[in-house]
Write a protein of this length. Structure first.
Length: 153
């Protein structure tokens, strides 16, 4: 039994039925990476909130789809009970909806992609160069494929 825990906070006024499945997809990513005893938060916000985060913490004055705040650069963020605390993933529901429409796939596909993308950022992956991007995006697609969430969904 995996002792990992993901807390989901919906800070919007809308019900997002896809979050139950997104949570299952994230747990499958944890299993795929053979991780145990990790904690992180998935926080759903609106464009206004994520715009402010992006401006304050990244100096970029516009909304974005996902922002992560990793708490560890190595394994130093470990609680006394051995649980690693990875950090927070913020996703804009407004941006997720518009991107799902733009890319002609479901909100479930977009939210799952953004959540898994954020998860890999928390683990230290990035896409600053072509090689790193290929590694990170391959891992993301493998997780989504495992759960049967394809681009055409």
């Amino acid at each position: 039994m995996n002792s990992s825990n993901i807390e989901v906070f919906n800070q919007t006024n809308e019900e997002i039925k896809e979050l139950d499945t997104v949570l299952k997809v994230l747990y499958s990513a944890i299993d795929k990476e053979k991780l145990e005893a990790i904690n992180f938060n998935l926080i759903i916000v609106d464009n206004e909130f994520i715009h402010e985060l992006n401006k304050t913490y990244r100096g970029i004055d516009r909304e974005t789809d996902v922002i992560t705040f990793a708490l560890e650069d190595d394994d130093t963020m470990v609680l006394p009970d051995g649980i690693r605390v990875l950090g927070d993933i913020y996703i804009s529901i407004d941006k997720a909806k518009s991107q799902a429409k733009e890319f002609n796939h479901s909100l479930l596909r977009e939210l799952s992609f953004l959540a898994v993308h954020g998860f890999y950022h928390l683990l230290g992956y990035d896409h600053m160069n072509k090689e790193d991007e290929e590694v990170m995006f391959k891992k993301q697609e493998e997780v989504l494929d495992l759960y049967g969430i394809k681009r055409e969904n």
